[in-house]
Design a binder for this molecule. Structure first.
Ligand SMILES: Nc1ncnc2c1ncn2[C@@H]1O[C@H](COP(=O)(O)OP(=O)(O)O)[C@@H](O)[C@H]1O
Ligand SMILES: [Mg+2]
Length: 387
């Protein structure tokens, strides 16, 4: 008997083989070459090169919006540095920490200690004990040679926001340790107190958004690895690139569009990926994004959305006051205060789910906030009621 999977792989003609290697479209995939980021990578190298001469490198900060290649560039520079260091027998470690996974100073330091061969429990010690254990690694030459450590703190905004700048203080004041921070916001320094800014003394590297042509280059490189030859119609990559250029030059979004378009073509058993698949991919991604955001909101915030949905259906102009009444009706006893609702409204607006518009009612009547839904009404309804 033949094997159905093998038949499919070996070109059963009723089956269209779209992908050559889908893993190369995965978020975690690190390409061998990062086009249009040569300059930024060279800048990182220019600072890190000190470590090859036993000098602690400057601290570096990478800034740029989502999908501008910050994470990829830092990992690329890390691979390159570790490669030359091992050949030159320089004792350097580069540890990558994603601050969405390690959200406190304690967790980051414990993780670093563990990576460097010192056991620290995930909880239970005082912060002082962890800090001392960490510093000890560099004091005692635990490895017999002068160890240098570069810590990549990716998505650092989250950690600073939640836990303060203690982690930067500790790291920048430990001998032989250098930090590369990655931030999505240009004003990230506002989260840092001056006592830290002076010891951080960092070099800044900006990652500008990609333009449509640059995104096209990135997608062409990637498509060669991931799709079978001749599968993509000629307007597919230009369209993905143009759409992503509008979304603030986000390469992740461009790659997501391409991947989803490919999957849709595969599901349809289509021979080619077409611009129509790209348009469908766009809807699918937006749909998933909105339902992801809504389903992970805190309960009270979901109730606020539910109230907005009800009022929208009644075709009412939604003022904050009306919204609050409707919300209280829904929540009954555990309703939060009117003031809290304003915070919720702000957050929902930041997430792009609603918009607000302040209008003046005329002299002496003050101003009113008008709230409008910005996502698809049916999508909101199905998501809310499926929770
Ligand atoms: N210049 C580039 N060449 C190839 N792929 C890139 C490039 N820039 C970004 N990417 C890809 O786009 C996605 C998003 O990049 P990432 O480094 O995660 O962005 P950021 O960290 O700035 O949000 C990743 O899958 C990455 O591999
Ligand atoms: Mg990143």
């Amino acid at each position: 008997m033949t094997n159905i999977f093998e038949d499919l792989e070996n070109g059963d003609t009723s089956f269209q083989n779209i992908f050559k290697d889908k893993t190369t479209l995965d978020h975690r995939f690190l390409p061998e070459k990062l086009v249009h980021r040569e300059e930024q990578i060279k800048q990182i190298a220019k600072y890190w090169i000190d470590v090859l001469n036993d000098v602690t490198p400057s601290n570096v900060t990478l800034y740029g919006k989502t999908g501008t290649g910050k994470t990829a560039a830092s990992k690329f520079a890390r691979e390159q540095l570790l490669d030359v260091a091992s050949r030159k027998k320089v004792f350097v470690k580069v540890e990558y920490i994603r601050c969405t996974d390690y959200t406190t100073e304690y967790q980051v330091l414990a993780q670093l200690c563990n990576k460097l061969g010192r056991d620290v429990p995930n909880r239970g010690w005082t912060k002082g004990e962890v800090v001392n254990t960490f510093r000890d690694i560099f004091k005692t030459n635990a490895f017999g040679k002068n160890l240098h450590l570069i810590v990549i703190l990716d998505e650092i905004d989250i950690l600073l926001d939640k836990d303060g700048d203690g982690i930067l203080y500790t790291l920048t004041r430990t001998d032989n340790v250098s930090v590369l921070s990655i931030s999505n916001y240009l004003d990230f320094k506002n989260l840092i107190k001056s006592r830290v800014t002076s010891s951080l003394n960092d070099k800044e590297i900006v990652f500008p958004p990609y333009g449509a042509d640059q995104l096209s280059d990135i997608l062409f490189e990637r498509a060669e690895l991931s799709f079978n030859e001749g599968v993509l119609e000629s307007d597919v990559i230009p369209l993905c690139s143009a759409m992503a250029a509008k979304e603030e030059g986000d390469a992740r979004y461009a790659l997501d569009l391409l991947k989803n378009a490919g999957e849709l073509a595969y599901d349809e058993n289509s021979e080619h990926v077409t611009s129509e698949h790209v348009r469908m991919a766009k809807d699918r991604i937006e749909h998933n994004k909105v339902s992801d955001i809504i389903s992970t909101l805190p309960l009270q915030q979901q109730r606020v959305l539910e109230a907005i949905l009800l009022l929208t259906k009644q075709d009412d102009e939604i003022t904050s006051g009306k919204l609050y009444d409707s919300y209280v009706e829904l929540s009954k006893k555990d309703a939060v205060t009117y003031r809290r609702i304003f915070d919720f409204i702000n957050e929902l607006e930041l997430l792009g789910i609603i918009s607000t518009n302040t209008i003046s009612r005329g002299r002496g009547k003050g101003r009113t906030n008008i709230i409008k839904l910005q996502c698809d009404q049916d999508l909101l309804e199905t998501t809310l009621y499926s929770i």
